[in-house]
Ligand binder design. Structure first.
Ligand code: FES
Length: 80
């Protein structure tokens, strides 16, 4: 866990998913709660999982590449 065990953390995995740990609520865009089925979940960021939003390991098969750390400055005005 992170410095504050009461907060959720997101770990960006190199060439892989986003690992979500801690107290979080996963919701669809319209607000419905999605039961992740476990305390730690991996969310797909390669776009190729068959079980989105969860990672199913396909990122390895498709050779998804992305670093763990940011590759540049995020614009301050960005709201996406
Ligand atoms: S990040 Fe694992 S399947 Fe997309």
């Amino acid at each position: 866990m992170g410095m504050d065990d009461r907060s959720a953390s997101v770990t960006v995995c190199e060439d892989g998913p986003l690992l979500l740990r801690g107290p979080f609520t996963l919701r669809t865009q319209d607000g419905a709660v999605v039961d992740p089925g476990r305390a730690t979940v991996a969310l797909c960021r390669c776009g190729r999982s068959a079980i989105k939003p969860f990672c199913d390991g396909t990122h390895k098969a498709v050779g998804f590449q992305a670093p763990s750390a940011p590759t540049g400055e995020r614009p301050l005005s960005s709201e996406d």
